[in-house]
Design a protein around this ligand. Structure first.
Ligand SMILES: [Zn+2]
Ligand SMILES: [Zn+2]
Length: 243
């Protein structure tokens, strides 16, 4: 929670100081239409960022704190390293500010995003039926938090699931009652930090030490950063998606 506060404050100060501003936002549209535009404009950025966090070994070090919890609760929506919060918020809010979105849209977008994230991570048996083809709700996001690495390479959506559909990374088991038994990171050891300070320092630990604590032995013994990236790319293709 503290990480979210620090990260969002730093990101707001940085985005607020951007001198560029093009008054091209359609402020004459109804608020609902403007909000839909804000989602459309930002969801692809969030999808790309989140997918990169799983595909890139450096970004994964920062994102691992979010996945390290052994069970999902609404509090998991705030379990992020501040570096991830700062980077993601700058990437998401900069287009809105530069395009000239009014403050009311930015506030409504933020409230909707936070609310969806709370629901997405909450420990509820919420079935959304056909809406699972539009929104990245709890059912879909729970699959993303399944412990096996292959399941984590699916359902990257933040509010909408549309870009997962477009890029073929949406995964919903045929039998919906088959929710994952294990949440977290496969092979995570007791040495992975459990307190706030430990999470803050984890991305900066010695590479071998970091990957040993997350159970990724191949990555821990990689000979070079190029080798590590090749392993990360190879892992990315092992998807849990079965069609
Ligand atoms: Zn993730
Ligand atoms: Zn999550």
């Amino acid at each position: 929670m503290f990480s979210q506060l620090v990260g969002s404050t730093v990101a707001a100060l940085i985005v607020g100081s951007i001198p560029l501003g093009f008054a091209v936002w359609p402020t004459h549209w109804p608020l609902v239409a403007q909000l839909a535009l804000a989602f459309a404009a930002t969801e692809l950025v969030q999808y790309t960022w989140h997918r990169s966090c799983h595909a890139n070994s450096v970004l994964w070090r920062v994102h691992a704190a979010h996945h390290s919890a052994p069970r999902l609760t609404w509090l998991s929506s705030a379990r992020f390293h501040p570096l991830e919060v700062i980077t993601e918020y700058i990437l998401v809010y900069t287009p809105l500010v530069v395009l000239g979105a009014p403050p009311v849209i930015i506030v409504m977008f933020t409230v909707a995003t936070v609310t969806c994230s709370l629901l997405q991570h909450s420990n509820v048996a919420l079935e959304m039926g056909p809406l699972n083809w539009v929104f990245a709700g709890a059912e879909l996001h729970r699959r993303h938090h399944a412990a096996d690495p292959a399941s984590q390479r699916a359902n990257y959506g933040t509010i909408l699931i549309v870009w997962d559909v477009v890029f073929g990374t949406r995964y919903m088991p045929r039998r919906r009652e088959q929710q994952p038994d294990n949440i977290g990171i496969d092979g995570l050891t007791e040495q992975f930090p459990k307190n706030w300070t430990g999470h803050m320092l984890a991305p900066f630990r010695d590479q071998r030490q970091f990957y040993e604590t997350t159970g990724q032995r191949e990555m821990a013994t990689a000979r070079s950063s190029n080798h590590r990236e090749r392993l990360a790319r190879a892992n990315r293709t092992k998807s849990a998606i079965r069609r």
